[in-house]
Design a protein around this ligand. Structure first.
Ligand code: SME
Length: 165
């Protein structure tokens, strides 16, 4: 018999998918210390794992510029190259060192529209083993309100196991 729709089960399925993916990513990256290789792999595997992830990638802290992010490894259509701290969703997440979930990008003041198909997004700070900000992870979806606390927890776990080492 087909199981009926349940938001609880959808959440449990999503959490399980993140847990599985975290193991797959750890296994692929085992023994690989290069940060660019790690970011590229995380972007690719996240993009492939969730169909509605339209753009997945990193904006990296540029050590040569004052409070500025520069685009790093990503999967998706052309992203803007540089974002100052405090600008857009990525710059705000970097300046405030916190995860931002944006249900409707049009409603976020200063949102930077790299592709008009993007409707919602989640951005998380990425830290190294010393707790220093090294990048932000930006995931955009073509559907509104695509991200919730399950995504925030699943992504934060993948970031901490991959970069806080
Ligand atoms: N929307 C982001 C900019 C990056 S792109 O979407 C790839 C922002 O407002 O920070």
């Amino acid at each position: 018999m087909a199981e009926s729709f349940s938001p609880e089960r959808l959440c449990a399925d999503k959490a399980a998918r993140y847990a599985e993916l975290a193991l797959e990513i750890a296994s692929v990256l085992d023994g690989e210390p290069d940060r660019t290789a790690r970011m590229a792999t995380v972007s690719s595997m996240l993009r492939q794992a969730f169909e509605h992830f339209f753009w997945v990638g990193f904006y990296v802290v540029d050590p040569t510029r004052e409070r500025e992010l520069v685009v790093g490894p990503y999967q998706g259509t052309l992203g803007c190259l540089r974002i100052a701290y405090g600008r857009g969703v990525c710059g705000t997440a970097a300046a405030e060192m916190r995860c931002l979930i944006v249900e409707d990008v049009e409603a976020f003041p200063g949102h930077i529209a790299c592709d008009s198909r993007s409707q919602s997004e989640i951005v998380l700070p990425v830290r190294d083993g010393a707790g220093q900000l090294i990048a932000v992870l930006d995931v955009d979806a073509v559907t509104p309100a695509a991200f919730d606390q399950v995504d925030a927890a699943g992504l934060a776990h993948i970031l901490s196991q991959t970069f806080e080492v």
